[in-house]
Design a protein around this ligand. Structure first.
Ligand SMILES: N[C@@H](CCC(=O)N[C@@H](CS)C(=O)NCC(=O)O)C(=O)O
Length: 208
């Protein structure tokens, strides 16, 4: 399997983070192929024909099938490397983890990615930047932090009593937004506790 990857971008990082949580066998099972966005590697006819979209990450299987969308790739890898479980073991767990993953993505990760894309000068080469889009999304994500702080006051991890893909999505979204100086408010002590735990894991620096 080949993982078309970009070291600085948040969606590819989800997959590297996930592989690191799965452990050495999972990491060894995937060959990393670096993609340079600024050189346009992902826009070549060959890349787009293979992936179907000019984005990373993309996972090409040995039979030639290519999967894009970071969470779809993680789900595929979960089937190959089931332990430790990250997507749920039974109907209730699967639904609760999906719920928190969607909340993490819609309420934090996507707004924070847009805040960086539209707000950081380094991304001007990839995006027609609109400062109001950056501001609006940053403010929306900041408002969502109170919600996640309440949850992390009631639960050790986002979706329950063990780390799951939902934690990875929230963590990587928040970490990426440090590029635009995003930081949780000091009163959000539960997020601070959780961030310390996330940063202490080997997966926090996987491929960074
Ligand atoms: N929904 C997709 C989003 C993938 C995506 O947006 N990738 C970005 C990097 S984080 C990309 O390929 N950007 C290339 C560009 O902007 O030209 C996923 O989760 O994989």
């Amino acid at each position: 399997m080949k993982l078309y990857d970009n070291r600085r971008a948040p969606n590819p990082r989800r997959v590297r983070w996930f592989l690191a949580e799965k452990g050495a066998a999972a990491e060894a099972g995937v060959e990393i192929v670096p993609i340079d966005f600024f050189a346009g590697d992902h826009k070549t006819p060959e890349y787009v024909a293979r992936a179907g979209i000019a984005q990373a990450p993309a996972l090409t299987l040995d039979d030639g099938t290519t999967i894009t969308e970071s969470l779809a790739i993680c789900r595929y890898l979960e089937s190959l490397y089931p332990e430790p479980n990250m997507f749920g073991r039974d109907a209730k767990e699967i639904a609760v983890i999906e719920m928190w993953t969607r909340r993490a993505e819609m309420m934090a990760a996507i707004p924070l990615m847009l805040a960086v894309r539209h707000g950081h000068p380094a991304l001007a080469a990839l995006e027609t930047q609109v400062p109001a889009v950056a501001d609006n999304n940053l403010q929306g994500a900041e408002r969502s932090m109170a919600f996640f702080d309440r949850r992390l006051g009631a639960s050790e991890w986002l979706a329950g009593d063990r780390i799951t893909i939902a934690d990875g999505v929230l963590f990587i979204g928040m970490d990426f937004a440090r590029m635009v100086k995003f930081a949780p408010a000091p009163e959000h002590k539960n997020i601070a506790r959780w961030l310390t735990a996330m940063r202490a894991r080997p997966s926090a620096t996987a491929g960074t």
